[in-house]
Design a binder for this molecule. Structure first.
Ligand code: FE2
Ligand code: FE2
Length: 156
């Protein structure tokens, strides 16, 4: 029997949820690779350069998450969530903003779940990833000329 934490988190559940996170990271890599090259317009050149940096950071997140899934005894996912495309700069940035919000909501929950299972090293790694995801969210909001939205925290 797997250890069950107070809120019902099990090792198996954490593996499943981390694999969903991994699919979101793959999605982010693909979206940032595409959008960073497709974004056109003088006013978007700065954010386009920043998106290539995001792409590299998302790949590093994917490697870290795959490492945690393997460590927990699972098979890391090989599927990306679907990526939306657009030729409109603002639309691309809004797709990214929504994805980052969803990602942050989920990692906030995942830190708590990893802690519940005494997987403190995984929680620490997730915190580091969260710092970068929040930077991504702010960069996108700034490029859109809006306040960074509040992502909240995902349900357990
Ligand atoms: Fe990421
Ligand atoms: Fe991100």
């Amino acid at each position: 029997m797997s250890k069950v934490a107070a809120t019902g988190t099990t090792r198996e559940k954490l593996i499943k949820l981390l694999n969903e996170d991994l699919s979101r990271e793959y999605q982010a890599v693909i979206a940032y690779v595409n959008y960073s090259q497709v974004l056109k317009g003088a006013s978007y050149m700065k954010i386009a350069a920043e998106l290539t940096l995001h792409a590299r950071e998302e790949l590093e997140h994917a490697i870290q998450i795959a490492n945690h899934v393997d460590y927990l005894g699972g098979m890391p996912s090989v599927t990306a969530r679907p990526v939306k495309t657009s030729k409109k700069a603002e639309e691309m940035l809004r797709f990214d903003l929504e994805n980052e919000k969803e990602t942050i909501r989920n990692y906030r929950r995942r830190v708590k779940q990893a802690d519940e299972l005494n997987e403190f090293a995984i929680a620490e790694s997730l915190r580091g990833i969260l710092v970068q995801e929040q930077d991504h969210l702010v960069a996108l909001a700034t490029a859109l000329g809006i306040d960074a939205p509040k992502p909240g925290i995902a349900e357990g």
